[in-house]
Write a protein that binds this ligand. Structure first.
Ligand code: SAH
Length: 495
């Protein structure tokens, strides 16, 4: 197809038609594809070829000749340098449209589903009314500028040089005040920022977390050392910052003397208040330490998991598996409406959190297994749970979990392992609710489930991370054939 091969540094004019996986603009010249960072669909641009391959090339945006009707001015002055937001120059409406289109495209192309089937079953994407300040967690690197001033900011795209900026528009509005308090404290006491090339200096990162529903705030300094000096003054400065109606509940530090890119240390010490904040999503309360995982956009998490709950269609007595359950956010959501829920997660600390959160909410019908879903589920199904940890004696013998009513999965980007999908098919639940953060692996897995006797009923994209390229999808599948019949036959075999 490609007849003309471009040379490096050549200038080309093209119209941008789409966005790629990293948010770059994609356009064509004579059937030859060009990937251009910072170009927006609808733009007519002049671009300079950076790297030319046989059928495609990477190019740099030189000039916008005709701006796209969907182009907006980025809210953040450093949007291009940062790279954390790939889509700030695109209107939010168009962003949502393109995200929905991406999910649709993957289901059709990778999953091999019919266009008409996908269109009939897809519900409108759930976006945010106010797509800013949605992140409840920020990790600011601390460094020193050329003049020797301590700075906080973000790493310039794919580098380790810090661009000073205290006001990320995705984070909480009080982050700037909290960071200023920390920087002022460092200046006042000549406390050095960490220098990663020399592996010297003290303050590496500042972690800020906020419970949006509770107004509770946490500040945690990650330090290259074992002790934090001048603690009393740090506390006073943080407590004096203007935080509106929020309350600082926790000030801590986490020692991290390793020479790696890992941000947090392995432990933390309390300097002021308690070692955690609390937040709620829907009716469920969560306790969050500096080290615990917690969804970063709680508002959209509520919507995503409410959608999953609606698709699960629980009446109160159902048996449910929640695979890849993390700290049990979905499990605890489901447990309020189900008979019993069993969560499976590979990270033991996440399961500790899940159990603590269950206890905090007085939820007693949720059990948790630690291990890979693709090991735990087949082991449970074959009755060979000796190698698996977690789960009460009762749960381990509970036959209802052999053929649950619903299985919910929320895997990482790589999707579900085939062994996990195959056991799900054998367990033959009436409904499967698939929560996905990557529609390409979702499409691949849906194909396996549909070939195994399930049918897609509903699909709903949800925008959890406005201005970035990520999009989540919830999908409801139900068993095509007589699920009850298969169950009974299988139970018969076991007896
Ligand atoms: N629903 C969860 C988040 C899911 S993110 C919550 O809201 O807390 C995906 C989770 O899958 C992560 O917690 C990750 O640790 C876990 N995970 C990754 N691979 C896994 C595997 N093979 N088996 C089980 N869990 C896995």
């Amino acid at each position: 197809m490609a007849e003309k091969r471009y040379e490096k540094n050549e200038l080309v004019t093209l119209k941008v038609e789409d966005i790629g996986t990293d948010g770059e603009g994609i356009g064509h010249v004579d059937g030859y594809a060009l990937f251009v960072k910072d170009a927006v669909p609808g733009d007519v641009i002049e671009a300079k070829i950076l790297k030319a391959k046989k059928n495609y090339a990477y190019a740099r945006l030189e000039k916008v000749l005709e701006p796209s009707p969907f182009r907006v001015s980025a809210k953040c002055k450093d949007a291009r340098a940062c790279g954390g937001c790939q889509l700030q120059a695109l209107s939010y409406e168009k962003e949502l449209e393109l995200k929905a289109k991406k999910v649709r495209g993957n289901l059709i192309r990778i999953g091999g589903f019919d266009e008409s089937e996908i269109d009939a079953k897809t519900e409108p994407i759930i976006g945010m009314e106010e797509p800013w300040h949605y992140r409840n967690k920020a990790q600011y690197p601390i460094g020193t500028d050329r003049e020797g001033n301590v700075i906080a900011g973000f790493y310039a795209g794919r580098t380790h040089s810090i661009i000073p900026n205290l006001n990320c528009h995705l984070g909480s509005e009080v982050n700037e005040a909290l960071l200023s308090a920390v920087l002022d404290w460092m200046k006042a006491h000549h406390i050095p920022a960490y220098d990663e090339t020399e592996h010297k200096g003290l303050v590496r990162h500042v972690l800020l977390r906020e419970g949006f529903a509770t107004g509770e705030v946490m500040v945690c300094l990650v330090i290259n050392g074992k002790a934090l000096p001048e603690q009393e003054d740090l506390v006073q400065r943080i407590l004096k910052s203007d935080l509106g109606n929020r309350v600082v509940k926790s000030i801590c530090f986490s020692p991290n003397t390793s020479d790696t890119n890992v941000i947090m240390g392995k432990s933390f010490e309390i300097v002021y208040g308690q070692g955690y904040i609390e937040d709620t999503i829907g009716q469920v309360r969560f306790r969050i330490s500096p080290l615990s995982f917690y969804q970063v956009n709680p508002k959209q998490t509520f919507r995503l998991y409410s959608q999953a709950l609606e698709y699960a269609d629980l009446q109160g007595s159902e048996t449910v598996w929640d695979l890849y359950c993390g700290i049990g956010t979905i499990s605890l959501f489901l447990a309020q409406r189900a008979g019993k829920v069993c969560g499976v997660e590979i990270i033991p600390q996440a399961i500790d959190n899940a159990r603590e959160n269950a206890a905090l909410n007085g939820i007693t019908n949720a059990e948790f297994f630690v291990g890979a879903a693709e090991s735990v589920l087949p082991a449970f199904y074959s009755g060979e749970l000796t190698e698996v940890s977690g789960g009460s004696e009762e749960a381990r013998k509970d036959e209802d979990f052999l053929h649950p009513d619903v299985i919910v999965v929320d895997p990482p980007r790589k999707g579900c392992d085939e062994a996990c999908l195959n056991t799900m098919l054998q367990m033959a639940p009436d409904r499967i609710v698939y929560v996905s953060c990557d529609s390409a692996t979702l499409a691949r897995d849906l194909r396996i489930l549909c070939d195994g006797g399930y049918e897609i009923r509903k699909i709903r994209p949800v925008d959890m991370f406005p201005h970035t390229v990520h999009v989540e999808t919830v999908c409801l599948l139900s068993k095509l054939n007589d699920a009850k019949h298969i169950r009974e036959r299988d139970m018969e075999k076991r007896r």
